[in-house]
Design a protein around this ligand. Structure first.
Ligand SMILES: NC(=O)c1ccc[n+]([C@@H]2O[C@H](COP(=O)([O-])OP(=O)(O)OC[C@H]3O[C@@H](n4cnc5c(N)ncnc54)[C@H](OP(=O)(O)O)[C@@H]3O)[C@@H](O)[C@H]2O)c1
Length: 522
């Protein structure tokens, strides 16, 4: 699908947290690439804001080094960088201090006044800083925007959007006081990934899948976001979050809603986000009994990954020695509507798992009758469709095929599509795509306020059960696929399970082994 080329009108981007990690590793490379590819006008103003005593020049140099150190450092284009940094400035200031915002405003006007295009009038404010500062930032930016009567103003809010339902509701109310919903861009960078967007194209641009995309044909759906890294230096942050808040509330429920949503009436933000939120609302809030039955929480202990011994979570810096925080979460979720009633959605995420991989596995039901002798189908599994999100991006469909030879034998084979093999075009980085969408004012791939709250409501119900120890914290050695209990979630969900195959991921090996019954109907 070729998009018409999109170029932004002259504008300014103000990055709160200009000296931080996100700005260096993601935002600067994304802006550079957008300039290189011609999406940004020459007049673009980039303004970094933070407390450190940096000069404009030092700010530019730091960002340049960061871009050079990343993938964009290869074939670095000096001319594009010069165009991006022509109006790149740094304003020193504390988010809690009102003077910071008037200095930002004055700086933008000062630069903009010298240009006919007036890029200072259109403004994208990016909150790339500590979530504890969001309320102060939204209030002060909101007041500044109220005082302006020109161009547009938009605000990008990084994840996490709130710490729980109450804080998310408070943030939404504050945003609504100053901004219309179409001016607010709540980021979940998973929605910027090529394959994640391709879920919509796959489902709604192809006629052959939608008729079977329901409870009649789908046995269950697995969503896995596995990380091999531990918490590293983010121990203190993670102690406040845990896997449920850090991954499930946002990335995993977003993937779930894209997979399960009804076809939107059009491809615009309102229609798509309406359908996504309906999915989240169709998930019944779990009771204490269902939390005990349908969720698993785990924490990694020391173990081996890639031939190296790694410390357990409780030995990581910033983590309490008796921490009860989960680094692994698995949930069996139901969606109560006509399409999905009775189909389990299995979500699983964890740190220090054997590999970094995110994927969605749609496991179809077995054929109603297998007219083969047992010897012909020793290892026939039901059809599975796998949407690979990372590290490789693509889709595979496993089907039964005849093994070559004089005998009739059936075995599963994969039909594969991988982005890097099929397309010559380079994939845009998630931040590059999402930044351009925000600059152009398209909220489709951002989370709407009610979506964030509905997701929090579900997560908070699970959290409440976990806090009361309804489900014990299970330990798992680093380098394994999490606690054994998570495998039980899958077994009871699968209509047709079979013995484990060669793969050591229990969720992969237990997918729909089609059973031949010995029952003779004659
Ligand atoms: N890093 C990532 O890969 C990543 C990925 C996804 C989401 N995020 C989200 O992005 C946000 C930023 O994360 P980060 O990793 O970039 O954090 P970080 O490296 O700790 O950066 C925080 C930034 O905020 C500034 N800051 C702190 N207190 C301030 C204050 N009182 N007034 C003004 N500026 C202040 C810091 O600069 P000074 O110390 O100079 O003030 C720094 O620029 C977070 O919400 C995070 O969850 C980050």
């Amino acid at each position: 699908m070729k998009r018409r080329f999109r170029k932004a009108d002259p504008f300014s981007i103000v990055i709160f947290g200009g000296t931080g990690d996100l700005t260096h590793r993601k935002l600067a490379p994304a802006l550079y690439r957008l300039m290189l590819d011609g999406h940004l006008p020459e007049e673009t103003i980039v303004c970094g804001v933070a407390r450190r005593d940096w000069s404009d020049e030092y700010f530019r140099d730091q960002l340049r080094e960061a871009v050079l150190a990343g993938p964009e450092g290869k074939d670095f284009n000096e001319d594009a960088w010069r165009r991006l940094t022509r109006n790149m400035v740094y304003v020193r200031g504390d988010a809690d201090e009102p003077g910071t915002y008037s200095r930002v405003d004055a700086k933008l006007r000062e630069i903009g006044q010298s240009m006919e295009a007036r890029p200072d009038r259109n403004r994208l404010y990016y909150l790339a800083t500590l979530p504890s500062l969001y309320e102060a930032l939204i209030t002060s930016i909101g007041e500044l925007e109220r005082s302006r009567n020109e161009g547009w103003g938009r605000i990008v809010v990084e994840k996490p959007f709130g710490h729980d339902l109450e804080s998310a509701v408070r943030l939404n109310a504050l945003l609504a006081r100053y901004f219309e919903e179409n001016q607010v861009f709540r980021i979940d960078h998973y929605l910027g990934k090529e394959t994640v967007q391709n879920i919509l194209v796959f489902r709604f641009a192809n006629g052959i899948f939608e008729p079977i995309w329901n409870r009649h044909y789908i046995d269950h759906v697995q969503i896995t976001v596995a990380e091999s890294i531990g918490v590293g230096h983010r121990g203190a942050f993670y102690e406040e979050a845990g896997a449920l808040r850090d991954m499930v509330q946002n990335h995993m429920l977003q993937l779930l809603s894209l997979i399960a949503m009804e076809a939107p009436s059009s491809f615009d933000a309102r229609a798509i986000r309406n359908e996504k939120v309906k999915v989240l609302r169709s998930m019944p809030l779990p009771t204490v009994e269902s939390i005990a039955r349908n969720t698993v929480r785990g924490q990694y202990t020391t173990g081996r990954i890639g031939g190296e011994t790694v410390p357990g979570y409780r030995d990581e810096p910033g983590v309490a020695p008796d921490s009860q925080v989960e680094t692994f979460a698995a949930l069996r979720v139901g969606i109560e509507n006509w399409r999905w009633a009775g189909v389990p959605f299995l979500l699983r995420t964890g740190k220090r798992l054997p590999e970094r991989s995110s994927k969605i596995v749609v496991s179809f039901k077995c054929p109603p009758h297998l007219a083969f002798k047992r010897s012909m189908v020793p290892e026939l599994r039901s059809n599975t469709l796998v949407i690979h999100i990372q590290p490789r991006e693509g889709i595979t469909l496993s089907i039964g095929a005849k093994v070559p030879g004089a005998e009739m034998q059936v075995r599963n084979v994969d039909m594969e599509f991988y982005y890097e093999r099929t397309f010559q075009e380079r994939s845009a980085e998630a931040y590059e795509y999402l930044l351009l969408e925000a600059i152009l004012g398209d909220t489709t791939m951002f989370i709407r306020g009610d979506e964030a709250e509905t997701a929090w409501r579900y997560i908070e119900a699970v959290r409440a059960g976990w806090d009361e120890n309804v489900v014990p914290l299970s330990m798992y050695p680093a380098g394994t696929w999490g606690p054994q209990e998570a495998t039980r979630l899958l077994e009871s969900a699968t209509v047709c399970t079979g013995p484990a195959s060669g793969d050591d991921d229990p969720w992969a090996t237990r997918i729909g082994m089609c059973a031949l019954t010995d029952w003779d109907p004659s």
